[in-house]
Write a protein that binds this ligand. Structure first.
Ligand SMILES: [Zn+2]
Length: 140
C-alpha cells in the first residue's frame, strides 16, 4: 500500500480498468474477507474506504486501486495479478468487498470514465455510458 496522497490527487488520473465494472467511484465499501495486497499490507475484514478509481500497471501486471480512508488520506493499493491469492480478489471482488450504503461521496465520481470506451461519465447517471451503452455489474 502506497501513500498517503493529497486528497483529490489520485482522482485526477484519467484512467480506468475493467475492475470498475464492479465498484462505483465515491461509494463506501467494507472488506469482508481478509486479503494481502502486492506490498504485503493486510486488508482485514471491517476495513472501510471510499473507492476513488483504478489504473493498470502493465509493467508489473498490477491493478492499482485508489481508495480514501475515513481519516481523509488517499492510498494506492496494488494487486499483483500473477499472484494467485491476489488474482482471486481481482476475479471475485464481491467475495472480498461489500457496499456500505448511505455514505456516498458523489464528488469522488467526477472525472470517472467508462471502463469500456473511456467516455466521460455523469454523476446523474453513473451506471450508463452515453457513448457505448456499457453495462455495469456493481457489488451490493
Ligand atoms: Zn462507454
Amino acid at each position: 500500500m502506497n501513500g498517503p496522497y493529497k486528497p483529490g490527487m489520485l482522482q485526477l488520473h484519467p484512467t480506468t480498468t475493467l475492475w470498475e465494472r464492479s465498484l462505483r467511484r465515491g461509494r463506501c465499501y467494507r472488506v469482508i474477507r481478509d486479503f494481502a495486497d502486492g506490498d504485503g499490507a493486510l486488508h482485514s475484514s471491517g476495513e472501510q474506504w471510499h473507492f476513488v478509481g483504478t489504473a493498470f500497471n502493465r509493467y508489473d501486471d498490477e491493478l492499482l486501486i485508489y481508495v480514501a480512508f475515513p481519516d481523509g488520506t488517499e492510498w494506492r493499493v496494488p494487486l499483483t495479478l500473477s499472484d494467485d491469492s491476489q488474482r482471486r480478489v481481482f476475479d471475485n471482488v464481491a467475495d472480498y468487498i461489500e457496499l456500505v450504503p448511505g455514505l456516498d461521496r458523489p464528488e469522488l465520481f467526477d472525472g470517472a470514465i467508462c471502463w469500456e470506451c473511456n467516455h466521460q461519465l455523469s454523476r446523474d447517471r453513473p451506471e450508463y455510458c452515453p457513448s457505448c451503452g456499457a453495462v455495469w455489474d456493481l457489488v451490493h
